[in-house]
Design a protein around this ligand. Structure first.
Ligand code: SME
Length: 180
């Protein structure tokens, strides 16, 4: 079996892994409009190509980040805006790179082995914030500018995937009746 790529290789090696991952994400998501299907495949591709300890998505639903497709151990289902690294990245609308999670005030430890983390906002084609892409490592300072660039490029490639997923307006109930 092919050896899995490691997230902690030399920077040129890592940039190449992101380049290939981006091509694969674009190929598999173009022509597919379902948000969850596309997030799930993007996460699987990144996990396979970069060998992350934990990678996953949270979707912004009624001012909370709700767990979406991920690869790794069980994670917190909901994170409030402004809470933890994910909530901070969503509130600020910018990527946050945390070399030492223990030094980040309010960090949420879904897995006690996590040592460093990077969180990238996910936006739709209009630039509206729709969620975050979260990557954790069990090593300190595992992420660098190559990860930021690689993950931000993947997030941009996923922008069309939000087309069919309008944000649910606060207070709107779920339909209880099935058609016909
Ligand atoms: N550490 C994150 C929570 C999500 S888990 O890492 C999967 C945070 O502080 O927001």
């Amino acid at each position: 079996m092919e050896e899995r790529a490691r997230a902690y290789g030399a920077i040129p090696e890592k940039r190449e892994a992101y380049r290939v991952a981006l091509q694969e994400v674009v190929a598999i998501t173009s022509g597919e409009n379902d948000t969850i299907a596309n997030l799930a495949n993007a996460v699987a591709i990144l996990s396979e190509r970069l060998g992350f300890f934990w990678i996953g998505t949270y979707r912004l639903i009624e001012r909370e980040l709700v767990l979406g497709p991920f690869q790794g151990t069980t994670a917190c289902s909901r994170i409030g805006l402004g809470r933890g690294v994910c909530g901070a990245a969503a509130s600020r609308g910018e990527t946050i790179l945390v070399p030492d999670v223990h030094a980040f005030p309010g960090h949420i430890a879904c897995d006690a082995r996590s040592r460093s983390e990077i969180v990238v906002p996910l936006r739709d084609e209009r630039g509206v914030l729709r969620g975050v892409l979260d990557v954790d490592s069990d090593r300190a300072a595992a992420f660098d500018e190559a990860d930021r660039a690689g993950l931000e490029a993947i997030a941009a490639a996923l922008a069309p995937s939000w087309r069919d997923a309008p944000a649910v307006p606060p207070g709107a109930g779920n339909p209880t009746q099935t058609p016909g």
